[in-house]
Design a protein around this ligand. Structure first.
Ligand code: NDP
Ligand code: 8X3
Length: 250
């Protein structure tokens, strides 16, 4: 039977690439994000391959998040696969100089937003005793790097929540896992550095992971047989050995 996947943060980067990867496999898609125009463009492109429904909401807004998921039409209501991907880093500052707005954004989007979406989707999975949740963590959820403080904290939280979900949803046969990439060349650096020209140099001098590389691993995880759960993946580009060690050539 055709599966239905809900992907948050589908307007760019890893989420958008995952939408394309899933569409190629005929998976029905619920694509979420704040930038409506982009959602419409991606919907138009992917409708040639599969059925697509868009949900335009900010994951920070609890009520809108629940209303959006509640509003799904009958033919999109049964969510088999949830990809909790929406998120970003905001700023790169030592903790004594960090911005409160940046901290709020990272915790509200990366952690609380993930929880709101999950809370809105999980009850139908527990009721059916089936489902698959993939949370997009980060290498920053496995090690802390200088000035990464709150972003690393948010991604450590994503990993802890992933483990908690896997334990609590185990009685229902629901698969839960995390995919944790290192540097991926997306709009991530533009959001993190908000117009600062440093944003353009983040992926220079080496070949970073591309969004499609991560999307392929996500598809691999969701396409395993029923008895196999990919619980945790750490993936780097070849040039990266850890958060702080990247072999660059100029
Ligand atoms: P992008 O900036 O390209 O994509 C981020 C996505 O998140 C966008 O689709 C954006 O959509 C969505 N988003 C951001 N804030 C909100 C919000 N408040 N409400 C709803 N959607 C939101 O970055 P990536 O694709 O790289 O990032 C995707 C995930 O991967 C993030 O969780 C990130 O932390 C993680 N990651 C990224 C790495 C990297 O190096 N790029 C490495 C490891 C993990 P819109 O603005 O339209 O709402
Ligand atoms: C994104 C990777 O190294 O910028 O999560 O934190 S990093």
């Amino acid at each position: 039977m055709t599966k239905i996947a809900l992907i948050t943060g589908a307007t760019s980067g890893i989420g958008e690439a995952t939408a394309y990867e899933f569409a190629k496999q005929g998976i029905k898609l619920i694509l979420c994000g704040r930038r409506l125009e982009r959602l419409n463009t991606i919907k138009t492109a992917l409708e040639k391959l599969t059925d697509v429904h868009i949900l335009n909401f900010d994951v920070r807004d609890k009520k809108t998040t629940f209303n959006a998921i509640e509003s799904l039409p009958d033919d999109f209501k049964t969510i088999d696969i949830l990809i909790n991907n929406a998120g970003n880093a905001h700023g790169l500052d030592p903790v004594d100089k960090g911005s409160l707005d940046d901290w709020d954004a990272m915790l509200d989007i990366n952690v609380k937003g993930l929880l709101y979406v999950s809370k809105a989707v999980i009850p139908q999975m527990t009721e059916r005793k089936s489902g698959h949740i993939i949370n997009i963590g980060s290498s920053a959820g496995k090690e802390v790097y200088p000035k990464g403080n709150v972003y690393c904290g948010s991604k450590h939280a994503v990993l802890a929540i992933t483990e908690g979900m896997r334990i609590d949803l185990n009685p229902y046969g629901i698969k839960v896992g995390a995919i944790n990439p290192g540097l991926v060349e997306t709009e991530f650096s533009q959001v993190r550095f908000k117009g600062d020209k440093i944003a353009d140099s983040v992926y220079k001098g080496f070949k970073a992971l591309q969004a499609k590389d991560v999307a392929e691993v996500i598809y691999f995880a969701i396409s395993r047989p029923a008895h196999v759960n990919i619980a945790d993946v750490l993936m780097f580009c070849t040039a990266q050995a850890s958060s702080t060690i990247v072999k660059k050539e100029f």
